[in-house]
Design a protein around this ligand. Structure first.
Ligand code: NAD
Length: 498
């Protein structure tokens, strides 16, 4: 692939950013530079905010568009994404490192997400309330309105899909948007903005800015002209955004990190649990917020489980992601070094490295950032590898004797994003899943997510929900309207009550 020059998109125009810095988008499988983009400086970000503000508060074309027309445009976007799905998926795979089939699945999910929100906005929202009549007869009801100017900030692990999880509902609700992707992976969302331009979104409705989170992202979070910030990324950056957003008490949505428990009871179908545990931790190279990175297993089956899991992990193929190996490279050299350093920490802490955890440089992988899938046995709750999010193909194993102990180990974390339970006893499955303090849970499976169902975390994994009807409400304000049905004065000050 030839190196491309790419631009950012502000107020309906493709522009070179005015910062002095040029961003290089690198293929993590080969180290090859795929594209260069001149980054946006603060002046560009101000223009993007101004454009969104103008489109929301002055021209109001998108905000005031009737729901059916807005829905039709979202359906058109979905069709256009579907038509270009092969190209988008290949770009994503090369830019991020995920196997092509996983990138294809992401694009497919994104198409469904646009279609879901196109449909959802055509269904009734709100309600009518029965209220007391101290002021005379009243009619009270609620309406949903767009939040306004929204800044959407996304990570690099699912660049296209995480973008669409925000863009589809935010657009469906009628907002104007400034979108900031992670600098690691900008190429697939640039393709989405090319589609937005062709689909007929009014000028200023969507703006794309590219630059460092600490500068561009932070400016968006701080700006008093931004009404809402929706962020997906690390808990540390989420905390910083929360502080920055306090200036004008913005609405915030935070989808943050995780260290999710995968609890396995002895009565489960072991082969199936091994298969799902593999998907839970090694899917997308383990660069998954909800990854089942802590396996908590009943002691009596631990040895057999670890043996089978290691056999499977050792057989995993690593290679250029466009050739569909089992796993691709990690997203960058820096991230690979972070993951490898956690492996060293684990060894020093006394956990037993059963397999993997080393850089892989065979054949075509020589210049890429590949790490063999790692399993740490004999882990304890105080270890850093058990407590901190590694965000790579590294799983820890802890054991339990009783159900209470399993629940207590599962909840021994500052995070609360996801969790799973494997058992053939459905009563126990239901009991345990209800005890796990996490927003996304699975019984006898791991990972599936749907546009229709809410996604988000408890505790330090976030605030709010994406997807489903809650995902639309995130980008809306609710207004209460009370109508006086009784003409005349309310009769309070010296008059008879009506
Ligand atoms: P990150 O926090 O480093 O960056 C995420 C985005 O925020 C990027 O666009 C970045 O430029 C920007 N950013 C960074 N610092 C900022 C600041 N101070 N102010 C404003 N913006 C800032 O995260 P990452 O490394 O890109 O992604 C990995 C993290 O994302 C993991 O912790 C993972 O668990 C989390 N994640 C969560 C979910 C979820 O649904 N809960 C989904 C995907 C990823």
């Amino acid at each position: 692939m030839q190196m491309e020059q790419k631009k950012t998109y502000i107020n309906g125009k493709w522009i070179n950013g005015t910062s002095k810095k040029t961003l290089q988008s690198v293929n993590p499988a080969t180290g090859e530079v795929l594209a260069e983009i001149k980054e946006n400086g603060i002046e560009d970000v101000k223009k993007a905010i101004e454009a969104a503000k103008h489109s929301f508060y002055i021209t109001r074309e998108w905000r005031d568009m009737d729901t059916q027309s807005r829905s039709d445009i979202l359906l058109k976007i979905a069709d256009m994404v579907e038509e270009k799905s092969e190209e988008i998926a290949k770009t994503e795979s090369m830019d991020n490192g995920k196997p092509l089939r996983e990138a294809e699945a992401d694009v497919d999910d994104a198409v469904h997400c646009f279609r879901y929100y196109a449909g959802l906005i055509r269904t009734p929202q709100g309600g009518v309330y029965g209220v007391n009549s101290n002021f005379g007869r009243m009619h009270s009801y609620e309406v949903y309105e767009p939040a306004g100017v929204c800044a959407l900030i996304t990570p690099w692990n699912f660049p296209f899909l995480m973008g669409v999880w925000k863009l589809a509902p935010a657009l469906a609700a009628g907002n104007s948007i400034i979108f900031k992707p992670s600098s690691e992976t900008v190429l697939s969302v640039i393709k989405l903005f090319e589609i937005f331009e062709k689909a007929g979104l009014p000028e200023g409705t969507v703006n794309l800015v590219i630059g460092p989170g600490s500068m561009v992202g932070n400016y968006l979070a701080e700006s008093r002209d931004v009404d809402m910030v929706s962020f997906t990324g690390s808990t540390a950056a989420g905390q910083s955004i929360m502080r920055a957003a306090a200036g004008n008490v913005k609405k915030i949505g935070l989808e943050l990190g995780g260290k999710s428990p995968n609890i396995i009871f002895a009565d489960t179908d072991l082969e199936s649990a091994v298969e799902w545990a593999m998907i839970g931790i090694f899917f997308n190279q383990g660069e998954v917020c909800c990854a089942g990175s802590r396996i908590i297993i009943e002691s009596s089956i631990k040895d057999e489980f670890v043996k089978r899991l290691a056999e499977r992990a050792e057989k995993m193929t690593l290679g250029n992601p466009v050739d569909n190996p089992d796993m691709g490279p990690l997203v960058s050299e820096k991230h690979m070094q972070e993951v490898l350093s956690y492996v060293e920490t684990g060894k020093k802490e006394g956990a037993r490295l059963v397999c993997g955890g080393c850089r892989y440089t065979e054949g075509d992988c020589a210049n890429g950032y590949f790490v063999r899938p790692a399993i740490f046995d004999e882990c304890t709750a105080d270890m850093r590898i058990v407590r901190e999010e590694i965000f790579g193909p590294v799983v820890t194993i802890q054991t339990f004797e009783t159900e209470d102990e399993a629940v207590s180990l599962a909840n021994d974390t500052v995070y609360g994003l996801a969790g799973a339970v494997f058992t053939n006893d459905i009563t126990r499955a239901m009991r345990v899943i209800r005890e796990i303090r996490a927003g996304i849970t699975w019984i006898n499976c791991y990972n599936p997510a749907f546009s229709e169902a809410p996604w988000g975390g408890y505790k330090m994994s976030g605030i709010g929900r994406e997807l489903g009807k809650h995902g639309l409400e995130e980008y809306q304000e609710v207004k209460q309207i009370n109508i006086n049905l009784t003409p005349g004065a309310p009769g309070w000050y010296g008059q008879e009550v009506l």
